[in-house]
Ligand binder design. Structure first.
Ligand code: ADE
Length: 235
């Protein structure tokens, strides 16, 4: 899987070299390329933003460097990528979308800053690839970098071979539309807090039933919106 990230803060992504994703990169499972948007500017100050037409606070990212960046990356890859722009005005990122990303051969992430990117860039990008504006959640970040980091990690760990034991991906929060059940390890009692006895019973059927009930109970208490969804597993 190839991932290109265009940003004015390439050093932000240095952490992709460590941990699970770093190993996946060195094993050749993930080909992540980080680009400085300013390499596609042509003035002395390497300008990437300008004042908004119509007035208003803040600056808007200029379309020209974005156009050149997308042209070059797409030409180099030689096929039509998925082009993702993180934006608080996008569709919300979810586990199904992470899974979709993990099955995509090539994703280009364009990190906006300031008040956003000139709107014409999204229209132009649609000629080069499939464009999606994606939000991490209903809050505003200073730019797309943190959102892209989250999306790369969520999708990257679903690429076969990245996580050592694939079973660990099956029983986690959101994979079946519910929150994960609680986990315990030794000792059986810690600071007057015993592990739920069913987990020590050796009765696998009872353990499975208890875990399912815990999933439903937690989801009801913390995320009732997940149960109200049309495709809710509890319906
Ligand atoms: N950029 C700024 N806020 C964002 C958010 N909530 N999600 C994705 N990108 C963003």
């Amino acid at each position: 899987m190839r991932i290109d990230i265009v940003t004015i803060f390439p050093e932000f992504f240095d952490v992709l070299e460590v941990s699970l994703l770093g190993r996946a990169r060195s094993k050749g499972l993930l080909d992540v390329r980080v680009h400085d948007l300013r390499q596609w500017t042509h003035d002395r100050h390497r300008t990437v933003d300008d004042t908004p037409y119509g007035g208003g606070a803040g600056m808007v990212m200029k379309p020209e460097p974005w156009g050149e960046a997308l042209d070059e990356i797409v030409a180099d890859a030689g096929s039509r990528p998925l082009i993702v722009f993180p934006s608080p005005a996008g569709e919300v990122f979810t586990q199904p979308l992470a899974r979709r990303f993990s099955r995509t051969d090539h994703i280009v992430f364009g990190c906006g800053r300031y008040e956003g990117i000139d709107e014409r860039v999204f229209d132009y990008a649609a000629a080069l690839g499939d464009v999606r504006l994606v939000s991490l959640g209903d809050y505003v970040l200073n730019g797309g970098e943190v959102a892209v980091m989250a999306m790369v990690e969520a999708a990257g760990r679903l690429v076969p071979g990245v996580v050592g034991n694939p079973d660990s991906l099956v029983e986690e929060s959101h994979e079946d539309g519910l929150l994960e059940y609680p986990s315990y390890t030794k000792p059986a009692s810690w600071r007057d807090r015993p592990v739920p006895p069913v987990l020590l019973s050796g009765d696998h059927g009872a353990v499975d039933a208890w875990r399912r009930e815990q999933q439903l109970e937690r989801t009801r208490a913390r995320r009732p919106d997940l149960l109200a969804a049309d495709d809710s597993p509890a319906l």
